[in-house]
Unconditional design. Structure first.
Length: 320
């Protein structure tokens, strides 16, 4: 009785209700995070269709729509008016993300406001840290990253998500938050962030393409998975409350490996290139966007992710 013709797996596939009974993986809007770009001037993104840069005023209106649709979390990225060597726009008290947080916090008390903590959108050279002798200097970048996280929290952020890949940044940020009495704010670390071609459209959106070199000196080699587990482990030791794998679709094995190794919540970032590929193919009439998106996001969950950052979050609110 353990094989065909006695066993027929098609029996539970015969209609939608039967399939629903045995479905193993579910998408829920309350585990999705919508990325938003805040800038001094609005701009429609060519490479990230459907995404825009919002002014502080416009981001309030957009968030109003998102919240009305049921979205429960957003992550903010900032594009400053001016960039410099010290990434001043990242950590100054009236930086663009800080302004957006102060506008959003009182209006949406229930919404989870996350921020991406990185310097690349704010440095004149576009790297994620401070440059010393032509290289991104790890330890000197930590202080600015910690300052950035503290200023986000002081402006109203609920969760900070460092995406820079400097060694020791989780501890630096945790210590700095604790020092100002923000010991209850969680850190979601982009622990295994790969040096990926799939960030291309984001860099146009965030204006953060490095002016020289690339990010391989600090982001991970796509060939490595054991190293990703070490990154996760170190971040947890340094005080990360949750870890993240990024990108998501080309790294499902890394999500799975992290899931099997750690009991902390795991995030996955369904990045700009993953989104843009489906958008472009859908626009060409080559595949159906909604089905492809739902299938991709389900695969990310199935691999073991808890929360997912995705540009489809707003659409999901309609689709689910
Ligand atoms: C900042 C950052 C990047 C992304 C998220 N945070 C860009 C990068 O590292 O180059 C990429 C997100 C996406 O592609 O959707 N360091």
């Amino acid at each position: 009785m353990s094989s065909y013709p006695d066993v027929r797996l098609r029996r539970f596939r015969r209609n939608a209700s039967l399939r629903g009974l045995v479905r193993e993986t579910h998408l829920r809007l309350d585990q999705f995070v919508m990325p938003l770009f805040v800038a001094p001037e609005s701009l429609r993104n060519e490479q990230l269709p459907g995404m825009s840069r919002y002014t502080v005023e416009a981001v309030v209106r957009e968030v109003e729509e998102l919240v009305r649709a049921g979205v429960q979390a957003v992550i903010l990225f900032g594009i400053p008016a001016e960039k410099d060597e010290q990434a001043t726009g990242a950590w100054e008290d009236d930086g663009i993300v800080q302004q957006a947080l102060r506008a959003l916090r009182p209006r949406f008390p229930e919404l989870v406001l996350m921020t991406d903590v990185c310097l690349c959108e704010y440095t004149s050279h576009g790297h994620c840290g401070v440059i010393v002798d032509g290289e991104v200097h790890n330890d000197r970048s930590l202080e600015l990253l910690a300052r950035t996280a503290v200023s986000h929290v002081e402006a109203g952020a609920d969760v900070v998500a460092p995406s820079d890949m400097m060694d020791g940044r989780v501890r630096a940020i945790r210590d700095a938050l604790d020092d100002v009495g923000s010991e209850s704010v969680p850190v979601l670390a982009y622990s295994a962030k790969y040096a990926s071609a799939f960030y291309g459209p984001f860099r146009e959106a965030a204006d953060s393409t490095p002016s020289f070199g690339d990010r391989r000196g600090y982001q991970m080699d796509p060939a490595n998975v054991r190293e990703a587990l070490r990154e996760c482990e170190l971040d947890i030791e340094e005080g990360a409350d949750a870890i993240m794998i990024k990108p998501a679709l080309p790294y499902l094995d890394v999500i799975r490996a992290a899931r099997e190794s750690f009991d902390v919540p795991i995030g996955a970032y369904n990045v700009s290139g993953e989104y843009a590929m489906v958008k472009a193919a859908a626009q060409a009439g080559w595949l159906e966007e909604r089905q492809a998106a739902l299938e991709s996001l389900t695969a990310i969950k199935r691999a073991g992710a808890d929360l997912i950052i995705s540009y489809w979050t707003k659409d999901l609110a309609q689709w689910l």
